[in-house]
Write a protein that binds this ligand. Structure first.
Ligand code: ATP
Ligand code: MG
Length: 420
């Protein structure tokens, strides 16, 4: 029945996937905390205007990808396609200005109506980092360094490339826009239909076009880097030397743009060739004009977002799961006793699995299936002696001990307790 399929572009995170997913979030969060960032969570939906105004009416996300609906009260809402807008909105509506500078970490589901393929979903998940209230290039260096650090922790930094560009300040952009429009006007006939519309509304976005014909015309286009004001050029130089002094390698990509007016200065992307067509892993940039454009106090900002699914695909080493102890009661009376033993072992920090049905051999099979390290077999005959058999499921060695010795019998072999 079609309606019982997951919605196209969504997926279930079954326990194995979920564990990987959680690993990515937990490790990233731990690194972010080491940089002094604090976790924030904002609602999954916002008034549609929050995204329209921040992402720009002409952006792909706003024109094609938003999940927008009218709720029962008649409000037009959108499932968030990215985190920055919601965080900027929270900053304004929460009156957080006194607390600047602010450094945030966040993670959660995002929604975009895209053509689903490997690494491209309609509900996907991001980790996200934002710094508000810092206009200095040091913040750009810090967020990029943190992204590299997280990739390093996952063992994938070596398979990623950092691409860097400057979008300049608004002054640089105005000057550049003119020469860019002149160039594209000369090649108007060769441009895709989409790009001819972009030419009227937001010519910078043409630089980002994936259309073959557009790309040829883009290849000959003038470069923004040749039109940076001295101040913007100095800012870009400071970011580069900051990265250099931390030993972070990067390549300048003059074509890397965020087509929105509120984005300024630094734009960057960590890309990989290891994921096929979906090469972008972490992408971010500076958005000094955004909060003001939303109606808040002028507040500089910079941040990035990384795709958790793509990170999980790249990542190969995940921590081993803790192995449980399988409790195997034989008989009704033993069942009751086993439940009690289970409660005690769990309070001692062990992972305990009880199957509830099946005879001894079926329960031992299940113990293997859940990768139990030990089976604690509580038989009717042992019950009167208040004893159980502790079997090491790797070696088969076993011994019978009193109920109060079970923990000790397991502890000597060092089955992990507590912790991840
Ligand atoms: P792309 O060029 O792949 O469409 P994007 O520029 O739209 O990416 P951003 O909006 O910058 O992506 O989002 C940051 C990160 O989120 C991307 O680098 C990617 O890892 C991830 N991401 C974006 N869209 C999707 C999606 N539909 N499915 C899975 N991950 C995604
Ligand atoms: Mg996209």
């Amino acid at each position: 029945m079609a309606s019982l399929q997951p919605v196209r572009g969504t997926h279930d995170l079954l326990p194995d996937d979920n564990r990987r997913h959680r690993h990515v979030v937990e490790r990233a969060r731990a690194v972010a905390e080491q940089y002094g960032y604090h976790e924030i969570a904002t609602p999954i939906f916002e008034f549609s205007d929050v995204f329209r105004r921040t992402l720009g009416e002409t952006s792909d996300i706003v024109t094609k990808e938003m999940y927008t609906f009218v709720d029962r009260g008649g409000d037009e809402l959108t499932l968030r396609p990215e985190y920055t807008a919601g965080i900027a909105r929270a900053f304004i509506s929460g009156g957080l200005r006194q607390l600047l500078p602010l450094k945030f970490f966040a993670s959660g589901p995002m929604f975009r109506y895209e053509r689903p393929q490997k690494g491209r979903l309609r509900q996907f998940h991001q980790i996200d980092v934002e710094v508000l209230g810092v206009a200095e290039p040091g913040a750009d260096v810090e967020v990029i360094a943190m992204a590299a650090h997280i990739l390093e922790v996952f063992g994938v930094l070596g398979r990623c490339k950092l691409e860097l560009n400057s979008l300049g300040d608004p002054e640089s952009r105005v000057a550049y826009r003119d020469v860019l429009v002149r160039h594209f006007e000369q090649h108007r006939d060769g441009l895709s239909e989409d790009s001819r519309i972009r030419l009227e509304r937001n010519p910078l976005r043409i630089l980002d076009s994936k259309d073959e014909g557009d790309r040829r015309i883009v290849a000959g286009a003038p470069l923004l880097s040749d039109h940076l004001t001295p101040a913007a050029a100095a800012f870009f130089a400071a970011v580069q030397s900051g990265l250099g002094s931390l030993g972070i390698e990067f390549e300048i990509n003059n074509r890397l743009v965020r087509g929105l007016d509120y984005y300024t200065h630094t734009a960057f992307e960590f890309t990989t060739t290891a994921l096929g067509a979906q090469g972008a892993v972490i992408a971010g940039g500076r958005y000094d004009g955004l909060i003001e454009a939303m109606g808040g106090p002028p507040t500089p900002g910079i941040g990035w977002a990384g795709g958790i699914e793509r990170l999980a695909l790249l990542c190969t080493a995940f921590p081993a799961q803790r192995r449980p102890i399988a409790l195997v009661p034989v008989g009704a009376a033993a069942e009751v006793e086993a439940a009690r033993i289970g409660q005690r072992l769990r309070r001692a920090g062990l992972v305990v699995d009880i199957a509830f049905t099946g005879n001894l051999s079926r329960r031992l099979k299940r113990a293997n299936k859940v990768n139990a390290a030990y089976a604690v077999i509580v038989g009717d005959d042992e019950l009167s002696r208040r004893a159980a058999t502790v079997r090491d499921l790797d070696t088969g060695a076993q011994r019978t001990v009193g109920f109060d010795q079970i923990e000790a019998a397991i502890a000597v072999s060092g089955v992990s307790r507590g912790g991840p």
